[in-house]
Design a protein around this ligand. Structure first.
Ligand code: GDP
Length: 197
């Protein structure tokens, strides 16, 4: 699945710009600077698929990428940027709600969480939205190369504990580093399996 071409399909800032809900989708969410662009690039092997952003919180559109006509990767705009205004946060939530509404092809949302920081308030808010929409989500720890083994085990345990109480949370946590490529191949395999299911 990831060996073939990966092409930009659409960037949507409004409901009418969303592509038709016709093939399986996996969405990527996370706080600004969590390493989402880097992870998308590592997974697809395309260096500039999702531009690594210098200005966090700027892009407010959902970007869709097609993988060989069999699956779409959906890059949700980053959230939790410290300087984001209330209006901007509201616009983000509105856009995400429009997307989540009536999206039966959406198989899973990967919620990216920085290994150094663990879950933040904004991550919890997003997970609550996903619980309400009954969309399965899975936490992916990013930048695992930046923490030692014991700190990683600690953050993992803490995240696992808070996921246990959440109805739509997938219990497994993926640990990744786009830098060392740790966990990239197994995440690819997991996503490819979702395309087959
Ligand atoms: P985004 O805002 O979530 O798309 O985050 P980016 O992918 O632009 O990454 C934000 C910053 O973290 C950049 O400086 C990246 O080089 C860095 N980064 C991303 N992933 C990793 C990783 O796995 N390891 C390390 N050490 N740095 C990373």
């Amino acid at each position: 699945l990831f060996a073939g071409p990966c092409e930009f399909v659409a960037g949507a800032a409004t409901e009418s710009a969303l592509p038709p809900s016709d093939i399986i989708e996996i969405a990527f969410a996370g706080r600004s600077n969590v390493g989402k662009s880097s992870l998308l690039n590592a997974l697809t092997g395309r260096r500039s698929l999702a531009r690594t952003s210098q200005t966090p919180g700027r892009t407010q559109q959902i970007n869709f990428f097609d993988l060989g006509g069999r699956m779409r990767l959906v890059d949700l705009p980053g959230y939790g940027y410290a300087k984001a205004s209330k209006a901007k946060v509201g616009a983000w939530q509105e856009l995400i709600r429009l997307y989540l509404k009536g999206r039966p092809v959406l198989r899973r949302v990967l919620v990216l969480v920085d290994s150094r920081h663990g879950l933040k308030e904004t991550d919890i808010e997003v997970m609550t939205m996903l619980d309400q929409a009954a969309v399965v989500y899975q936490v992916v720890l990013t930048k695992a190369d930046k923490v030692g083994a014991s700190a990683l085990a600690q953050v993992r345990e803490t995240v696992e504990a808070s996921l246990r109480k959440r109805p739509a949370a997938h219990p497994d946590i993926a640990v990744t580093s786009s830098e060392t490529r740790h966990g990239i191949e197994s995440l690819r395999a997991e996503l490819a399996a979702l395309a087959e299911a």
